[in-house]
Design a protein around this ligand. Structure first.
Ligand code: ADP
Ligand code: GLC
Length: 499
């Protein structure tokens, strides 16, 4: 009989409480599915002050949490407890006003907070102290990205013999290799693990402390969020100077794809869109297109191909290359709707493109979940020219809405979109390989040629796309397998006397 596991998630984002990108979607959703497989899953995250205590009915624990922070001393935190909505998954929020009583999660006005190291070390170490305080003895501690990557280092050092957390196997999911948590070496004195760990195998990288590197070295097993990304991060193009460290751990590295929350992203039930539609009756999609054109201030025309973009407007997403392609793209008879925020230059650049091409290009700078849904439903195509894309969620949403993805074949985009094959009329979207303006223009050209001239092929592609499913249930089962592998590995190591 399978053992039900105690699993502690530690992360810097979880929907609906705090989200900057897909990490928040994953941490707010996967635990619910693990719970329904019978596991006891709990989440620890910061109590950012934008999280509304009353709306989410958060209750404060009666005692404070002391978190040792090396030379800073012990920081005394509050702890709030709540639940992921519509679930039995407890969420613990570490409350420390000086660190989390701010507007942003990581940044404000486009600039990262200068104490992000201490903020997330507090979360990481705090999660272990919290587990001890509430007597939760995890089999698995599942951490995410650089913000919590130091937890496996703590487990293998300071907490090695701890009766509550010391035996936990650690799983590090890498959602993004570009951001590594690189800080001044003095951070070692806050971590308190001992300077002997500041070496080229563990925490030192190019003279700095690199938190992600420590996690990659110390975690029992690793996961990247798609098969292709798990291969890519072993190469210099995608490894951002940690490719060698990742390669060393290649046999413990997995590539479990994220799932989609189909309760939220389903054109049959979506409350944000003008008309619901389904694979059997996709006609409502035309109503959604007209509605999107209307709210975007574009001419309402069913005969013109409409391309949607919802994205963080950052280097990762290839928006600089898109900027170089956009003049020529707008020479086609097309419409584009962009929603996003990020780098300041992009706000000005795409904003002014919209001002000068009001009949073709609409751009909303900001974060707007309802509009994101309208774009998924109302566009004909969805463009993602990512430089790297560990998994990517929007292309999976697009498929469900019959909005054909036009993607660069990287990471999860490569694994979830099947290229249109003209001979066999199969596929779910359009792929390109080189990240160049020409590749974007040619592939958009191919897609709109298909739209204009090959109606039957378009309808087949739409039907294929809408039939695709990437369920969390399946991903959760893969994670469950990974947890058992991690436990076995940890036990084997402990029997041999290792960490
Ligand atoms: P990443 O995490 O790299 O940003 P993903 O595709 O994994 O990329 O996830 C992005 C998530 O954020 C999706 O849920 C997407 O709908 C959402 N999103 C991104 N930008 C916006 C925006 N400006 N408005 C609304 N939703 C957005
Ligand atoms: C990161 C990646 C994105 C992925 C998300 C969730 O933000 O950029 O591709 O989907 O994490 O894993």
């Amino acid at each position: 009989m399978k053992k039900h596991l105690k699993i502690l998630f530690v992360a810097s984002e979880a929907v609906p409480f705090a989200k900057e990108g897909g990490l928040g979607d994953v941490v707010g959703t996967l635990p619910k599915f693990l719970k329904s497989l019978g596991h006891d899953v709990r989440i620890v995250m910061p109590r950012y002050y934008r999280i509304d205590k009353f709306k989410y009915n958060l209750k404060q624990l009666p005692y404070p949490l002391g978190v040792p922070m090396g030379i800073i001393g012990t920081l005394w935190c509050g702890v709030y407890e709540g639940y992921l909505p519509n679930s039995q998954v407890p969420v613990y929020f570490i409350d420390y006003e000086q660190y989390f009583g701010r507007e942003g999660i990581y940044t404000e006005n486009g600039k990262g907070y200068m104490d992000n190291d201490n903020r997330f070390v507090l979360l990481s170490r705090g999660s272990l102290e919290l587990a001890k305080m509430i007597g939760f003895k995890p089999d698995i501690i599942h951490v995410h990205d650089w913000q919590t990557a130091i937890v496996p280092v703590f487990i293998n050092t300071l907490y090695k013999d701890d009766p509550i957390v010391g035996k936990a196997a650690t799983v590090l999911t890498i959602h993004n290799m570009q951001h590594q948590g690189n800080f001044y070496e003095g951070l070692m004195d806050v971590l308190g693990v001992g300077w002997e760990h500041f070496n080229y195998l563990e925490l030192e990288a190019y003279g700095s402390v690199n938190l992600l590197k420590g996690g990659i070295y110390h975690a029992t097993v690793l996961n990247a969020v798609s098969k292709t990304y798990s291969m890519e991060i072993q190469t210099p193009e995608y490894g951002y100077r940690l490719e060698g460290v990742v390669r060393e751990r290649a046999k413990d590295l997995y590539g479990i794809l994220n799932g989609v929350d189909y309760e939220e992203w389903n054109p049959e039930t979506d409350k944000y869109i003008a008309a619901n539609y389904s694979e059997a009756d996709p006609s409502g999609k035309h109503t959604c297109k007209a509605d999107l054109q209307r709210v975007s201030g574009l001419p309402v025309r069913d005969d013109v191909p409409l391309i949607g973009i919802v994205s963080r407007l950052v280097y990762q997403k290839g928006i600089d290359v898109l900027a170089a392609a956009i003049y020529r793209l707008l020479d086609f008879d097309i419409q584009m709707v962009m929603l996003g925020s990020g780098e300041v230059w992009a706000h000005f650049f795409f904003g002014s493109m919209a001002a000068t091409n009001p009949d073709k290009f609409s751009c909303v700078i900001g974060y707007d979940n309802a509009l994101a849904h309208k774009i998924e439903a109302g566009a004909d195509f969805f463009l993602m020219p990512s430089r790297f894309e560990p998994c990517g969620l929007n292309q999976m949403f697009s498929l469900r809405y019959g909005t054909l993805p036009i993607v660069r074949a990287t990471g999860g985009l490569n694994d979830t979109v099947d290229n249109f094959d003209e001979r066999t009329n199969t596929g779910t979207g359009f792929k390109f390989y080189d990240l160049t303006p020409d590749a974007i223009i040619n592939t958009v050209g191919w897609a709109i040629y298909t739209f204009y001239n090959k109606k039957n092929a378009m309808n087949t592609l739409i039907a294929n796309a809408m039939a695709k499913r990437f369920t969390w249930d399946e991903s959760a089962r893969h994670y469950e397998d990974l947890y058992y592998i991690a436990l076995k590995k940890k036990r084997g190591k402990m029997l041999k006397g290792g960490a």
